[in-house]
Design a protein. Structure first.
Length: 194
């Protein structure tokens, strides 16, 4: 059975919306896009590179997969993240996407995300990692399908925006397995399900 790991940037008040740029996700009138950029540093880069070095396949919700495809799908800049993203086997869970052919090594998981991901998780193969895709993560967490979290906890509150742990979910305990603090005050906390 495969395991599922999530890497997510999050504010102190639990917001995960619009980390990367002002226009990334303005749903609900969200106006704080790009909040995470000023916190990037070498320590964070090294920690993210460490995660990319682990073998595995990637799992996305439709919105994040489309956004990542726009950012990295045709990148030939030699950036290690671009190279990793394009080479990785990518699964995209969606009920609205007609196919996943526009980005190499992508496979569409159509239908109910919890059901299709549970089926994928039960098959032999590399472990699965999710970057972003908050709606998918919430659904999978509620179904007890997430095994590990790497949370990049940023030292700010936004007061508004989509939160990671919103909605009903079972009581779930995690063990802190490792943590790193960056020079900008971001705590990168790695948790495994007990």
């Amino acid at each position: 059975m495969r395991s599922i790991s999530v890497t997510m940037s999050i504010t102190l008040d639990g917001v995960v919306q619009g980390l990367g740029r002002p226009d990334e996700d303005t749903r609900g009138g969200f106006s704080h896009g790009g909040w995470g950029l000023r916190y990037n540093d070498e320590i964070m880069g090294a920690e993210m590179a460490r995660g990319m070095a682990e073998a595995g396949d990637m799992l996305f919700g439709r919105r994040t997969w489309e956004d990542f495809h726009r950012a990295w799908g045709s990148a030939t800049d030699g950036n290690p993240f671009s190279t990793h993203m394009n080479a990785a086997t990518k699964f995209v869970a969606s009920t609205t996407l007609p196919d996943a052919g526009i980005w190499q090594n992508s496979t569409l998981l159509s239908g109910d995300a919890v059901e299709t991901v549970a089926e994928l998780k039960a098959t032999p193969g590399p472990d699965l990692s999710i970057i972003g895709s908050a709606a998918l993560v919430r659904s999978l967490h509620a179904a007890s399908l997430i095994d590990r979290y790497s949370l990049l906890i940023h030292p700010l509150t936004l007061g508004t925006g989509t939160r990671l742990f919103d909605g009903p979910a079972p009581l779930t305990e995690f063990e802190l397995t490792r943590s790193v603090t960056t020079g900008t005050g971001v705590i990168i906390a790695h948790y495994s399900r007990r």
